[in-house]
Design a protein around this ligand. Structure first.
Ligand SMILES: Nc1ncnc2c1ncn2[C@@H]1O[C@H](COP(=O)(O)OP(=O)(O)O)[C@@H](O)[C@H]1O
Ligand SMILES: [Mg+2]
Length: 156
């Protein structure tokens, strides 16, 4: 599934809807260059998942991972500064990514493999305010979610 947004607000609306739909643990990979809108989606998704508005969602640039209790616990990763596979183990990626929570991963390009079920969101910056967002499912659970997203898109 692929669509375009022409403002941060439109991209946020997608992120929030995605967060609202999550009923089970899932890993979501967010691909896109610097400034594409990965963190915009992460913040909106967190709200949709029930992280209260008074809790700021900050980028885990140096900590690599932030944890937010919510309807389903959210583990927000930003792997941009990941040094090596060992560091990935240190921050507990495998424990959180395949746990009872939602793992949301910016810069999944840093991962050595993707041999786990996940929803992949790829953001392309077309111009200052336009983004093309492609969503694909890898696994049965993510596939069901993709169906929901497709229906939602038709109403937009
Ligand atoms: N259609 C759009 N969707 C998402 N962000 C947009 C859009 N148009 C402009 N922007 C801007 O692009 C930037 C995206 O930043 P950010 O989410 O931090 O990127 P990333 O985390 O991918 O590096 C924000 O400043 C946002 O306001
Ligand atoms: Mg970011």
């Amino acid at each position: 599934m692929k669509f375009k947004t022409s403002s941060e607000e439109e991209t946020s609306a997608f992120g929030r809807f995605l967060g609202e739909q999550l009923q089970r643990p899932l890993t979501i990979l967010l691909e896109g260059d610097l400034g594409a809108g990965k963190s915009v989606i992460a913040r909106a998704l967190a709200r949709g998942l029930g992280v209260p508005e008074n809790i700021p969602i900050t980028s885990p640039t140096f900590t690599l991972m932030n944890h937010y209790p919510a309807r389903i616990d959210l583990y927000h990763f930003d792997l941009y500064r990941l040094a090596d596979a060992e560091e990935l183990i240190e921050i507990g990626f495998d424990d959180f990514a395949h746990s009872d929570g939602v793992a949301l991963v910016e810069w999944p390009e840093r991962l050595a493999d993707r041999e786990f079920d996940h929803l992949l969101v790829q953001i392309d910056r077309l111009s200052a305010d336009c983004r093309e967002i492609a969503v694909s499912a890898h696994g049965i659970e993510p596939q069901a979610l993709l169906g929901c997203l497709q229906k939602w898109l038709l109403t937009q």
